[in-house]
Design a protein around this ligand. Structure first.
Ligand code: SAH
Length: 397
């Protein structure tokens, strides 16, 4: 390798995590950077004894200074390699998408699928992408071409408007990347249900694919229950509950447009989604408690309340408040499905927080199930940071 190759030299001992195939190089591990790489450039990573450890995407603005493309230093990270990573990742979803009932899945989940900084969600013939790092941005055209070349893809749309781009010094970018404009009537098909996908105006890429396993779990327990769906977004849980014979359904969300889509989702599925409350969930839950309301099934799926370890204490208090209110609203024999989508909150800590809430509510609540992000949001064993969504199914006496 020529001396002109842009290279990150690690400090002594800081190669350990890379040898265990963890894909991040933190700024504190970097001794020096040779060759003046541009943001997103591919750099060789060497240990302090100069052993080549692999190739990474350079992010000069981020605390995560580089993300590994490959741990094979002999690999050439070029158009072919990057495109092949996308194709292989999409191929791993073929079982999930091959059941004839589900046409929507996350095709690429960033580092967890070997394409750091790219999230690509497929809804039928449309793929919505987020480029969250300088490295993914640098390969944007190659990545977009590779996605557009996947069988059946007619539209590739970019929603790179997540906050995380700021940490990389990147500004927001939204718009068509390849093919036709996305349909305003785009629908995700899943297990016989239809969910509107808000590609241009919705959260994330338009729909919460990551709650697929929870939607599946819900189908078996909704019948005959009075359901409260808190942080409902576009009412996916409400639609399932309605379709599976719930007695009554109330959905709470602070977003009016999300609730309007929930109503549309009811129509799309030929069900009555019930009451839609546009409100702050904390306030609404207190109001329901004060009116001594009771529910047989509560879904509690707040947005990310902790972005990092520093916010975990404050977030824990908010999770506790929410879960305390929810447990109090449970009728005897009622179920609470409760989640945290904060990566910084471990399952262990989440369970402790919820236990504290149940204790304060004076209810002997039992765990009867656990929920996780689904198979298209995989967690590589060396990279537990990929795990962010965890939930508990609780039963109250
Ligand atoms: N359960 C949903 C996803 C929830 S995402 C699904 O399966 O599709 C979190 C939701 O919380 C978003 O729709 C957001 O609008 C809403 N939200 C955020 N803060 C809120 C608050 N304080 N009160 C009520 N809803 C809130």
């Amino acid at each position: 390798m020529s001396t002109a190759t842009p290279t990150i030299h690690l400090r002594a001992g800081r190669e350990r995590s890379l040898l265990r195939r963890h894909p991040w190089v933190f700024s504190g591990a970097v001794d020096r950077v040779d060759g003046n790489p541009a943001p997103g450039a591919t750099v060789l990573v060497r240990s302090s004894d100069r052993t080549p450890l692999g190739w990474a995407a350079f992010s000069p603005e981020s605390q995560i200074r580089a993300r590994m493309w490959t741990f094979d230093a002999d690999q050439v990270v070029g158009d072919e390699f990057v495109a092949a990573a996308v194709t292989a990742s999409a191929e791993r979803r073929s079982l999930l998408l091959g059941d004839g009932r589900t046409d929507s899945a996350r095709l690429v989940f960033s580092e967890a699928d070997g394409v750091p900084g790219l999230v690509a969600d497929r809804y039928g013939d449309t793929v919505v992408c987020q480029f969250t790092t300088a490295g993914a941005d640098a390969w944007r055209d190659v990545l977009a071409d590779a996605i557009a070349a996947l069988p059946g893809v007619a539209c590739v749309y970019e929603r790179s408007d997540a906050d995380v781009r700021e940490r990389e010094g990147l500004s927001a970018r939204v718009g068509l990347l390849r093919g036709n404009e996305p349909s305003p009537d785009l629908v995700a098909h899943e297990d016989g249900f239809r969910f509107a996908v808000e590609v241009t105006g919705g959260h994330k890429t338009g729909f919460y694919l990551d709650q697929r396993d929870a939607r599946r779990a819900l189908t078996g327990v909704a019948a005959g229950r009075r359901v409260l769906n808190v942080f409902s977004y576009t009412g996916a849980f409400s639609v399932i509950a309605a379709g599976r014979g719930a007695d009554s359904i109330t959905s709470i969300d602070s977003s009016g447009p999300a609730l309007a889509t929930a109503a549309r989702n009811g129509t799309l599925n030929g069900v009555d989604v019930g009451e839609l409350m546009e409100a702050d969930a904390f306030t609404a839950l207190r109001g329901l408690r004060d009116r001594a309301k009771q529910y047989d099934l509560i879904c509690l799926d707040p947005p990310k309340l902790a972005n990092n370890d520093k916010q975990i204490e404050k977030a824990s208090r908010a999770y506790k408040d929410l879960n305390l209110l929810a447990v109090k609203l449970l009728a005897p024999g009622g179920l609470l499905m409760t989640w945290s989508c904060s990566g910084a909150m471990t399952m262990d800590l989440f369970q402790k927080v919820v236990a504290g809430a149940a204790l304060d509510a004076k209810r002997d609540v039992r765990i009867v199930g656990r929920l996780h992000q689904p198979s298209d949001h995989p967690v590589p064993l060396p990279f537990p940071e990929a795990e962010y969504l965890k939930g508990l199914i609780l039963e109250a006496p």
